[in-house]
Design a protein around this ligand. Structure first.
Ligand code: CA
Length: 229
């Protein structure tokens, strides 16, 4: 297999060097772009496997880079944002970013995020055309509309089942509160956010029966992610 090609979009030379040095020593290939325009150009001409995107760019907002890439490609995008850009991080996820890293981040964290994204890609490719989803002891039979834990049918409410399917469809990816409430209720009022928390809690109680296996991870203030077991 070819080494994955990573597009690094970052205007800060120091951060860019840290990232590219890490990539080089961990068997990745990379390209760099210092601004949004050149990032969009490189994404379309070089078709990288993953984009690492800083949100604060000199010529345009990183969120705009995501929207423009998403108009023609589903390539994975991992956002890199400073803590002060928390609101932007959420709009970046809503615009279609797959994951995020908060500055300052460690090399280990960067590598972990890249691995998660690669696993998600591999899972997506292998499940193409399949109507059954498997992750650890969890099985979802989309055709039958049933979910199982260790082959025992789960007694889920329609909302819990819908939530589980949404998380499974994007396994490994953080889904924002707004994205989830919008998909389920078509709105994202404060009351929907509260309902989401309740349904998520009951869903987790039903599927996380083994205390050693966590299926759903909470990202406080942002959303939820189904972990690839
Ligand atoms: Ca920047």
């Amino acid at each position: 297999m070819n080494k994955p090609l990573i597009l690094v979009v970052e205007d800060d030379g120091t951060v860019r060097n840290l990232i590219t040095t890490t990539l080089k020593s961990n068997d990745y290939r990379f390209l760099t772009a210092p601004d949004g325009e050149s990032a969009i150009g490189a994404a379309s001409t070089r078709q990288p496997d993953i984009v690492l995107l800083d949100l604060g760019l000199p010529d345009m907002d990183g969120v705009e880079v995501i929207s423009r890439i998403r108009s023609w490609s589903q390539m994975p995008i991992i956002v890199i944002s400073a803590r002060s850009e928390d609101a932007d991080k959420i709009s970046a996820l809503d615009a279609g970013a797959d994951d995020y890293l908060t500055k300052p981040f460690s090399v280990a964290e960067l590598l972990a995020r890249l691995r998660v994204t690669q696993r998600r890609l591999a899972a997506l490719e292998s499940k193409n055309g399949e109507s059954v989803f498997r992750n650890g002891s969890l099985t979802i039979d989309y055709g039958a509309g049933c979910a199982y834990m260790n082959d025992v049918p789960l007694k889920l409410t329609p909302t819990e089942y819908k939530l589980l399917c949404l998380l499974a469809k994007d396994v490994g990816k953080v889904l924002t509160h707004t994205y989830l409430t919008d998909k389920i209720w078509g709105s994202s009022w404060e009351s929907d956010m509260a309902s989401l928390r309740v349904h998520m809690a009951t869903l987790r109680k039903k599927i996380e029966t083994d205390p050693d296996t966590q299926y759903i991870q909470t990202h406080i203030g942002i959303g939820y992610r189904m972990l690839k077991i």
